[in-house]
Ligand binder design. Structure first.
Ligand code: FAD
Ligand code: A2P
Length: 415
């Protein structure tokens, strides 16, 4: 007599290695540490992931949003996932309704999970008045080729830090972007195991109408990585490639990415911008957008711009000269230098602390939007000072923080 074996089928959460730009956002977001990575791929641990969806919205490319039917006993292990260059073809298995992703895929479910795990971060939505962003127009299967039209050193020649302003031109091919978005650059060649290098992400430093107005070009601010986070000598693959590009060179680009770290468009909205090093790129883009549109706006329609910008010293601060030339009634610029000989070490949060009264005024205003970009380490310190400013005005920080987050008014992008 023939026996029928029942196979229990489930959906396995997978990351598409072809689209993933290895930005680490998913790993940082996952409230239960179900995501990990090696030198090549980001992967989901099948025995830990509970399909909570917290990682899905923050992923800039959508690579995270893959769910494949598998039989319960044969889920893909992380060791298998590490070897993939692309996702395997889905198996022809039917997933029972109660196990389907759709059952947990509602925005509400994701929200509840985030709250239950006490997950605290910036907004996962853009400001209400932000323009519509286009994302993932070009992926690894459909890269766009840009031509380098400029590569200028931003840091002082005497400084060890090489940060560069690189201009990329897309010619006749449409590449619509907004301030706060980023692009991916695919360095040529292969890494260990003869695999193509994955794309690295760079924030745009130019506004939506181009580095040069009405040109189909963008700029990025790239730091040459010559040391890893522990201070050991390394040659960062992509940053060195980009920093060495010459005018006329061709570059493989994907993107644009990012649908939340966007600026408000409505008149009177204020921006508090806090950054270190190359985290200044999106702040330059937003500032330049405001500078270009300001001549058309009535004085009372122009919101306030307040910038806190940290670097080791003036010689290492990108855009130091141009920033100093901006009118004081247009932008309130505050520098924090941590290694100026003979001067006390200052971080952005120290300089913010010197401006608590002005920060409080802005925090009280519902039209204020906050952007933080650069070193991961500054996030906690910056949030602490915002809390101090709120406390000075007897504002309930936990309530204000939730409001800022829910209204798309607090944006954190650190790397
Ligand atoms: P890899 O070859 O990938 O790494 C070499 C070694 O250096 C590794 O050990 C790695 O851990 C370490 N390492 C990587 N990055 C750094 C770093 N910054 N400092 C010290 N050690 C490091 N970079 C910019 O220069 N400008 C930007 O505007 C910018 N925007 C970004 C926006 C987002 C959303 C994200 C996620 C990243 C951004 N980055 C930016 C970082 C960038 O994507 C690359 O990670 C960086 O250029 C290093 O790549 P690499 O190929 O040179 O180094
Ligand atoms: P420092 O490295 O002197 O302690 P980098 O040049 O590495 O990109 O860093 C940019 C600036 O950010 C430097 O002045 C650096 O100071 C500073 N910095 C380092 N850690 C923090 C932190 N936790 N909060 C704020 N700023 C920081």
């Amino acid at each position: 007599m023939a026996t029928t074996e029942k196979v229990q089928v489930t959906k396995q959460h997978l990351i598409d290695p072809e689209i993933c730009i290895r930005c680490n956002t998913c790993e940082e977001t996952c409230p239960i540490d179900a995501i990990t990575h090696d030198g090549t791929n980001y992967v989901v641990m099948p025995d830990i992931c509970n399909h909570c969806m917290a990682c899905v919205a923050p992923c800039p490319t959508g690579a995270i949003d893959n769910w494949q039917p598998v039989s319960v006993g044969s889920m893909y292990s992380i060791d298998e996932q590490y070897t993939w260059d692309e996702l395997p073809a889905p198996l022809a298995l039917e997933v029972p309704q109660e196990n389907s992703v759709a059952a947990v895929d509602s925005g509400n479910d994701a929200d509840v999970t985030i709250q239950q795990s006490n997950y605290v971060a910036g907004s996962q939505i853009p400001p209400w008045s932000a323009s519509h962003s286009y994302t993932n127009l070009y992926g690894t299967g459909s890269v766009i080729t840009a031509t380098v039209s400029g590569n200028y050193r931003l840091t002082d020649d005497a400084s060890d830090s090489d940060i560069r302003h690189v201009v990329l031109d897309f010619g006749d091919v449409p590449f619509p972007v907004l301030e706060g978005q980023s692009i991916g650059i695919i360095p040529p060649g292969t890494s260990a195991g003869d695999r193509l290098h994955h794309a690295r992400q760079y924030s745009l430093a130019s506004p939506r109408d181009g580095e040069r107005p009405r040109y189909n070009n963008v700029s990025i601010t790239v730091k040459r990585v010559v040391q890893d986070y522990d201070g050991n000598a390394v040659k960062g693959v992509c940053s060195n490639y980009v920093c060495d590009l010459k005018k006329g060179d061709q570059v493989q680009v994907i993107g644009p990415f990012g649908h939340t770290f966007l600026m408000p468009n409505h008149p009177g909205s204020n921006l508090i911008m806090i950054c270190t090093g190359t985290g200044s790129a999106p702040m330059r883009a937003m500032t330049e957008r405001r500078r270009r549109t300001r001549q058309d706006a009535a004085a009372d329609e122009c919101g306030k711009l307040m910038l806190f910008f940290g670097a080791r010293c003036q010689e290492e601060l990108p855009y130091f000269g141009p920033l100093n030339k901006l009118p004081k009634d247009f932008i309130d610029v505050n520098f924090a230098f941590s290694r100026t000989p003979g001067q006390p070490k200052k971080y952005v949060q120290d300089v913010m602390r010197e401006r608590l009264t002005d920060l409080l005024e802005l925090l009280k205003n519902e039209e204020t939007y906050i952007y933080v970009c650069g070193l991961k380490g500054m996030e906690a310190g910056v949030l602490e000072v915002l809390q101090e400013a709120a406390a000075m005005g007897a504002l309930d920080w936990s309530q204000l923080h939730t409001t800022l987050r829910q209204k798309g008014r607090l944006h954190l992008e650190t790397y």
